[in-house]
Write a protein that binds this ligand. Sequence first.
Ligand SMILES: [Zn+2]
Length: 312
Amino acid sequence: MLVGLTTLDGELLASEKYILGGRVSPDDVLDDLDAALNRLLARVGRFRGDITALGFCTTGVMDVDAGLIYMNHNMGWAEVRLRELAMVRLGLPIVIEMDANAAALGEHWRGAAHGLEHFVYVIVGTGIGAGILLGRRIWRGARGAAGEVGHTVVLPGGPLCGCGKHGCLEALASGLAIQRKATAALKLGRATILESLEGDISAQAVADAARGGDSVARQIMDEAGYYLGLGLSNLVTLLDPQALVLGGGLGWGAFDVLEAPMRRAFDEHLNYWADRKMLLTRAALGEYAGLYGAARAALDLAPGHLQQEVRR
Ligand SMILES: [Zn+2]
């Protein structure tokens, strides 16, 4: 969990990171958050009454307007009415947002997409997702499920995805896909420095090995980058954004390794790529993008919610 205090202008005053461990029930999370807020406030000499609102971003399926999280696999949450719980336990209005959308808002407010009208923030980590900003507003779709670029199919009949379909972008270019390919290469006995690593091979370790010139790791990262470029070129053809901003553990941490094969895929699959002048860039805020975006979401929505609470 990453917790921070920002000013209304988006200046980060203080932040801290802690491991949730087994404490993942909504009540536990809010209690830990409560304690973290008090520590942060003490550090910067502010008081509880100085907080206007809380923004909370996480993965999962949620109704942002209702402050309701339908499902979050990581924490095992189902039907959690976080807005009401937070009001009771913290006495503060809370605005929830999906991780990719929050990160997009953060990069738009204080990061690589500042001032843009249309752009897509792509999280490449364990999975792949996107926050789509069109006309400076998040594009949510009819059921709030827009942006699931990881589950667009880029290789019919390809590897099985966690969603049950075959050949999704996520099954070919995510951190999990990279891990799986590295493990398979080792089983085949291919000569690679990945052999010398203890335990499970992380996608970051594969990226490091690729940087170091390991040919097996390079091939794996090359393929992942190419499929990422292929999937995103479809998105670009549809939406015509000004920029693609890559974040998430791999999108941010392995951008240098992924960029060249992505551009190769753009050259092959995007019409008039050279004329489009679309910016492909690494997120500027790194893992803090979601934190800034959650704060931004809270500022955008808090007044309405405050009025609602008063009306009740
Ligand atoms: Zn899928």
